[in-house]
Write a protein that binds this ligand. Structure first.
Ligand code: PLP
Length: 427
């Protein structure tokens, strides 16, 4: 029945059912360890015969409540919460990639993910080929090698805010028999559920909309349970694991093989565990996620339309605008709204950009997106200032580009603030 609930109901109720006298909301279980009465029971934990909590690095009831809820909302079989979004993408990939192997990724990525793929994974012997997400299936296939393990992309790319063509990427991955791993941070499961469109694994930086209040850094990996690991290509899932007495993940855990392995091997060994307090905040954030995403999206849509007709604005980039190159994909995959991030070009370039950013009063200058509070960034003078103008252009950061993360304040107040800051930027 819970699987048939609408996502708004899942977000509020999750899977948590307290017994009489138990707390109404999943409590913060601030304990490193959990008590057992018998050696047999504890042995069954170490053998993965039973997945009860034992030690918080491997699992914690507060994190568990969050994991069950997000898995339900994404339509997956199970989830693994991590200490950050970066940890989620790193663990999701390390779980099926090792030295000598290869990943194909859309080139339109969050900066931290790009750095992981371009610098750190190669140092570990894992190579990544970046492909243009607009390329045809045949063109993207040329990037594949026999040792290619998966394809990675974002639902809404950064900084172009391009919406992924899920049908194309889904078809590509089915033909090449590799899983499709999607970073769904900007869209959230309320606006888009990638598992319904051909993805096999979904990751999030929960730091953004899922927390939604700028309070905690975290991440999560959701297993769709819909990829067939058999056939010999993924022996790490189908063949005995010597670190667990020869257990085979697919045999023992069926559709949850991938996520149990991520927890049992990589969370065990690398320890990127979320604090129980943070897991509580993410679970709390999910409760209001659908309401907030509606407001983030409607505010951003109205502000994009307002900016489009402002004389101090040279261009506006938001997938909800007809002028956006992936507007038709947005209509198909994001029918409820296009989330809260938009970019625009300011007349007068870099200097006007700095004046605009400093002129905003309600909208704060912060390196963040997905917060209930609106924020602004002029990348050319801040996050990308070390790059030359040529390098900035290559990474999609024009000198006049302003990024807004629209919050859930009243839209009239936001427009009034943007209006006065735009006017003062032109003086
Ligand atoms: C912020 C972000 C990340 C990284 O998440 P952290 O929680 O900061 O580690 C990954 N992907 C996207 C799309 C992001 O916005």
């Amino acid at each position: 029945m819970k699987d048939q609930w609408k996502i708004e109901t899942q977000a509020v109720q999750g899977n948590y059912q307290p017994k009489p006298t138990e707390p109404r909301t999943p409590a913060i279980c601030q304990s490193t360890t959990f008590k057992y009465d018998s050696a047999d029971h504890m042995a069954s934990l170490f053998d993965l015969d039973c997945l009860d909590p034992m030690y918080t690095r491997l699992g914690n009831p507060t994190a568990g409540a969050f994991e069950e809820k997000i898995a339900m909302m994404e339509g997956g079989v199970a989830a693994l919460a991590t200490s950050s979004g970066q940890a989620a993408s790193a663990l999701a990939l390390l779980n099926i990639c090792q030295a000598g192997q290869h990943i194909v990724s859309a080139s339109t990525l969050y900066g931290g993910t790009y750095s992981l793929f371009a610098n750190t994974l190669p140092k570990m012997g894992i190579e990544v080929t970046f492909v243009d997400p607009d390329a045809t299936i045949d063109e993207i296939k040329k990037a594949f090698r026999p040792e290619t393990r998966c394809v990675f992309a974002e639902t809404i790319g950064n900084p172009g805010l391009n919406v992924l063509d899920f049908d194309k990427f889904g078809q590509l991955c089915r033909e090449m028999r590799v899983p499709l791993i999607i970073d769904n941070t900007f869209a959230t499961p309320f606006l888009c559920r990638p598992l319904e469109h051909g993805a096999n694994v979904v990751i999030h930086s929960t730091t953004k909309y899922i927390d939604g209040h700028g309070t905690a850094v975290g991440g999560v990996i959701v297993d769709g349970g819909n990829f067939d690991w058999s056939g010999g290509k993924y022996p790490e899932l189908t063949e005995p694991d010597s670190s667990y007495h020869g257990l085979r993940y697919t045999e023992k855990f069926g559709p949850a093989a991938y996520i149990v392995k991520a927890r049992a091997q990589y969370m065990r060994d690398l320890g990127a565990t979320p604090a129980p307090q943070n897991a509580f905040l993410f679970n709390h954030g999910l409760t209001t996620l659908p309401l907030r995403m509606e407001r983030h999206s409607s505010n951003a849509q109205r502000i994009a339309e307002y900016l489009q007709q402002h004389p101090a604005v040279s261009w506006v980039n938001y997938p909800g605008l007809k002028s956006h190159p992936t507007h038709s994909l947005a209509q198909k995959y994001l029918p409820l709204g296009c989330s809260g991030v938009l970019t625009f070009g300011i007349a007068g370039g870099r200097d006007a950009g700095i004046k605009f950013m400093e002129g905003c009063q309600l909208i704060a200058l912060v390196v963040h997106v997905g917060d209930a509070r609106s924020c602004v960034l002029h990348p050319a003078s801040t996050t990308h200032r070390q790059l030359s103008e040529e390098q900035q252009k290559a990474s999609g950061v024009a000198p006049d580009l302003i990024r807004l993360s629209i919050g859930i304040e009243h839209c009239d107040d936001l427009i009034a603030d943007i209006d006065q800051a735009l006017n003062s930027s032109q003086r």
